[in-house]
Design a protein around this ligand. Structure first.
Ligand SMILES: NC(=O)c1ccc[n+]([C@@H]2O[C@H](COP(=O)([O-])OP(=O)(O)OC[C@H]3O[C@@H](n4cnc5c(N)ncnc54)[C@H](OP(=O)(O)O)[C@@H]3O)[C@@H](O)[C@H]2O)c1
Length: 297
């Protein structure tokens, strides 16, 4: 697979494209929106609130950090867990302001853990809404235009918890029934979407962190001792793998960040698409797969 490298402002991988990224007020969504802007895309970002500061950052902060690079940034408030959420109207709003959506990233997700018997029907409906129905409806809103233009990328952000629990690691087992179940469905839905779009020029994939990505929330859990630092990867590896799947040729993949980077031997750059990130280059990632130990952050 050919991939654009070097990337970033001098060699933008997404120049002139329009991207829609949900859940971009922090974490992976914010990091990916930042990189997409650096790669020349106009970016619409979505979260429940423009100004609410959660974990030290907000959707307005995302817009501030991606503006001023010669690309457009558009913030939209929407509750993607609301069954009344109007996906078609949101896509229309983006297209009116920025033009046709070339890249849709369904990143917003909800992923709590608790015992099977303790989930309430309301929680079950909301998780299914955010993790499955909204990505489906937003994709439905974008696919006809993408197909007509013969180009487009849909990337659904999934999780390692979607696979059957591996009790040996203890990581994806107990407590993950709802989160894992909805992400498994997201993977399966995406596989069919990709098959139906095969040959149309529109690609659909899912991408999950290999294990956990060092978002603000995960960093707090490292400090509290719930997640081991050595089991996490930086935002930049997840974003680099995502960039491949929203600008390259691959489709129908249920991909994991480090596995994809290793397969493609893709260099990992910072969120501006410029400097190589020390410790996470192809040889480092290959060493992880050889030894089973994550490169150190
Ligand atoms: N971080 C990891 O290690 C990890 C591992 C596996 C999978 N993932 C997946 O990666 C994706 C991003 O995870 P993350 O860790 O970056 O998450 P995060 O830091 O918790 O951020 C979640 C984002 O989604 C938005 N969001 C949540 N509920 C929403 C709703 N009802 N309507 C609109 N926006 C909503 C949040 O914005 P507001 O709260 O401001 O609305 C926020 O921008 C998720 O799909 C998650 O399942 C992450």
């Amino acid at each position: 697979v050919e991939h654009p490298t070097p990337t970033g402002p001098q060699h933008p991988a997404c120049k002139g494209r329009v991207a829609l990224v949900t859940g971009a007020s922090r974490g992976i969504g914010k990091a990916l929106a930042t990189r997409l802007a650096a790669e020349g895309a106009d970016v619409a970002v979505v979260a429940r609130s423009l100004d609410a500061v959660r974990r030290g950052t907000s959707l307005s902060d995302t817009v501030a950090s991606i503006s001023g690079q010669g690309t457009e940034a558009l913030a939209i408030e929407a509750d993607l867990g609301d069954p009344e959420f109007d996906a078609a109207a949101l896509v229309q709003q983006v297209e009116d302001r920025l033009g046709p959506v070339d890249i849709l990233v369904n990143n917003a997700g909800t992923g709590h853990f608790k015992p099977f018997v303790d989930w309430t029907p309301d929680e079950m409906h909301t998780a299914q809404q955010i993790n499955v129905w909204t990505p489906w409806e937003l994709s439905r809103g974008c696919v006809p235009g993408m197909r007509a233009r013969g180009t487009g990328w849909i990337l659904n952000i999934s999780s390692a918890v979607a696979t059957v629990p591996n009790t040996a690691t203890g990581f994806v087992g107990a407590g993950g029934s709802l989160y894992g179940g909805t992400k498994a469905m997201l993977n399966r839905v995406t596989a069919s979407l990709a098959a139906e779009l095969d040959g149309s020029g529109v690609r659909a994939n899912t991408l999950a962190p290999q294990s956990a990505t060092a978002t603000e929330g995960v960093l707090i859990n490292i400090e509290r001792g719930f997640i081991r630092e050595e089991d996490t990867e930086p935002l930049e590896t997840m974003v680099e793998a995502a960039l491949e799947l929203v600008s390259g040729e691959l489709t129908g993949r249920i991909a994991y960040s480090l596995g994809l980077l290793d397969e493609l031997k893709r260099p990992v750059r910072d969120l501006r698409g410029e400097a190589l990130v020390d410790g996470w280059q192809p040889d480092d990632v290959a060493r992880y797969f050889a030894t089973g130990r994550f490169p150190h952050r």
